[in-house]
Design a protein around this ligand. Structure first.
Ligand code: SAH
Length: 367
């Protein structure tokens, strides 16, 4: 029957980003190179150029014959991310980048340099489908999932800038990656997981980063957390809780109507049990919404004795929202109560605020 469908259904749809070396694992790379008529060992040469040396100019691949360089890089290293703009603040140590993909989709990444580390905050989706009312990305809805290579390229772009000394503080390396940019990483599970492998596989198969320095942050898709547990990785899991009770969390994190606080935390504890990794509980402090002392006490009871710490994030008010950050004394009292319950608690530094590069402010718009 499909034969009778109008031609438009047969039209090639360019819905997927072009394939890139970083989409493929080492076995798939060898197959791809062989398919292009080259010996399989060229896959490793290409990977060494891309992951090992962060190269972006085929001419520097001098271990490959000139004609092969062009052919392989055209087929396996297509440009995926076009910079729309880079904006910096914090004396040049924080840089937000807005990227445009092959299909016009926009997404953002943020590089943050501290004395002891450099963190890349990356997007896993263009937009987000989770619709959390306090988050700027959530307001615009989901455009699409990013490909594995589109995620990896955000980190590679930051790593290149650092290695070339373009970031204040001199040449350096990306040490940490947090999936806290646009999107819900566990809603793009396979590609996010593959990107974690590319980031952590030893060079030249990948960037050779430590799994412990990668943080996957989720609204709490409980079955996907269990899937992540089964991967036996040692990445850090962050859970965006924001409320200890279902009544309030249903309104702050709409997907809570599907997976309740108890189910999300149970999945998180299974992750902690299997990996030995401390769970990071994210809690945006929203004035008069979720910052009452009784909520601190309830949260303390839920987390006490567990392998967890709480990250309080002063709310970054998003345009058009009535919500504001909690007053500092309220924040301090909230923290005091959690600590009194034996729960390690810190307040998140909100870098990049003035360039809309801080938590929850990423909302790429073409201007
Ligand atoms: N979808 C993932 C990653 C999102 S962004 C997740 O929800 O975890 C990373 C963190 O920033 C999340 O904890 C998110 O809830 C928080 N966030 C979003 N908007 C915010 C805002 N306006 N102020 C403070 N934190 C915000």
């Amino acid at each position: 029957m499909t034969r009778n469908l109008p031609l438009v259904f047969d039209a090639p749809r360019r819905s997927r980003p072009p394939q890139h070396l970083a989409d493929l694992d080492p076995v798939q790379r060898r197959a791809a190179v062989t398919e292009l008529g080259e010996p399989a060992f060229r896959a490793r040469q290409l990977a060494n150029h891309y992951f090992g040396r962060l190269g972006d100019d085929p001419e520097t691949m001098t271990d490959l014959p000139a004609a092969v360089r062009t052919r392989l890089s055209e087929a396996l290293l297509p440009p995926l991310l076009t910079p729309v703009r880079h904006v910096t603040c914090d004396a040049g140590t924080t840089r937000k980048s807005v990227w445009r993909a092959f299909d016009g989709a926009l997404f953002e990444s943020v590089l943050m340099r501290d004395p002891d580390r450099v963190t890349m905050c990356v997007s896993s989706q263009a937009g987000c489908g989770m619709a959390c009312p306090f988050c700027a990305t959530g307001q615009a809805g989901l455009t699409r999932n990013l490909s594995t290579a589109e995620i990896v390229e955000q980190v590679v772009a930051g790593a290149r800038s650092l290695s070339r000394g373009e970031i204040a503080g001199g040449p350096g390396r990306v040490s940490n990656v947090v999936f806290m940019g646009m999107g819900e990483p566990l809603a793009n599970y396979n590609r996010v997981l593959a990107s974690v492998r590319r980031l952590t596989d030893p060079a030249p198969d990948g960037l050779g980063m430590s799994q412990r320095h990668i943080t996957v942050s989720t609204v709490g898709l409980a079955p996907a957390i269990d899937r992540l547990t089964d991967e036996k990785l040692s990445v850090t899991l962050a859970v965006s809780l924001h409320a200890p009770d279902d009544e309030l969390r249903d309104s702050l994190i709409p997907v809570n109507t599907r997976w309740k606080v108890g189910e999300v935390l149970d999945a998180a504890w299974r992750y902690a049990d299997h990996t030995g990794r401390r769970i990071s509980i994210e809690y945006a402090m929203i004035k008069d919404v979720n910052d009452q002392p009784w909520r601190a006490d309830l949260l303390g009871r839920l987390l006490s004795g567990r392998l967890a710490h709480v990250n309080l994030i002063p709310l970054n008010p998003t345009p058009g929202s009535d919500w504001d950050a909690s007053a500092k004394p309220v924040e301090r009292e909230f923290m005091r109560r959690l600590r009194a319950a034996g729960v390690p608690t810190t307040v998140r530094d909100t870098r990049g605020r003035e360039i809309d590069g801080a938590c929850g402010q990423l909302a790429a718009a073409e201007v």
